[in-house]
Unconditional design. Sequence first.
Length: 403
Amino acid sequence: MGDVNDDRDPVAPLWRAAQIFRLVSFVYALGFLIAIDADLTRPGLTWALFGLLTAANVWWATGYLVGFGRRWWFVAIELSVFVVMMLSTSYVADDAWVTGNQTWPTTLFCANGMLSAALLGGPWWGVAGGLVIGLTNFYVKGELMLNFGRNATILLIVAAGLAVGMAATRARVSAEKLTAAVRVAAAAAERERLAREVHDGVLQVLALITRRGREIGGPSAELADLAAEQERRLRRLIADSPAIPATDTALPAPTADVDLTAALRGLVTESVSVSAPPDPVPLAASSVAQIVAAVRNILDNADRHAGAGTRVFMLLEDLDDEIVLSVRDDGVGIPDGRLDAAVAEGRMGISRSIVGRIEQLGGTAHLETAPGAGTEWELTIPIATRTTPTRTNSPRTNKDGAP
């Protein structure tokens, strides 16, 4: 149950805390032995046994700290040695002393065996370890004392074993749940990435083959039907993959910033224009890649659906703590209900390749459209720590690029 790799063991902090208790209880046991030395019938033997117990505790503490001792046989030996040392009280002291005192290693020191059992096995093993220590103490004294008002030692030890065991069990369960959640998030993130790549590449090609094949007609129409069927199947497949929240996905750590303005100007054509601040807008390279990919999808949609002669205008604003990128076209707009129908058909381009990308950066993507009024996307992305100096504030411009 214990993991020899200290870094991977969720109970490792509790094991370390238990060894601090071991040290404190050892100092107490040493002080107790010094105090009772004159009252023992065999003090020399008692000190020899205490020396062996000290060496054993150094070995146990090392095993639990490093990890190799987190095994049942290791804990069983520890409990057995403590029991033997407690039983030796009747041999190194007379009956009168035994009746009026605790066992010579002290019950507190012997409780380390109970803690080890609780950390390794959970609450019920902690209770069992506490009962072993407590009942051994009663056996040495020759009486079973159930008046907890006078002596609540066994009750406290058992309760401590229960509490420590529950903490250890909860730590293991939490670690297992966290590991499972990380695996699910990683798998979902990979599926999300593949879905975007498929949409941006394969689906676009299949849609083109379908459209051109039907335009050409003849034998090409059969090829178009096959491509359309495969496109529908592939869209259903990626539509079934769960989207993941932006908070669950960590983007690659950037090593340097990239100028978003320069990246957007690389998309300029005769029908696409960009208005941006005169100074660079530095962002993490991974963020720029996601933003540009989302904009490419917006431009592809405008090219395919907005109508012939449509022009696209991009406006980039750097507001220091966030950037706002508006992408507007003067096309035919999107009919009411068309986006919902596209989702029902398994067409996830907007939700995955545009909205999904921006939300993964912690931002928002807002679409405004109406039949005959064109479409306008407003992408708002918060700016994390930049690795290059920021520019001085430029005046915010309106949609037409004028101050």
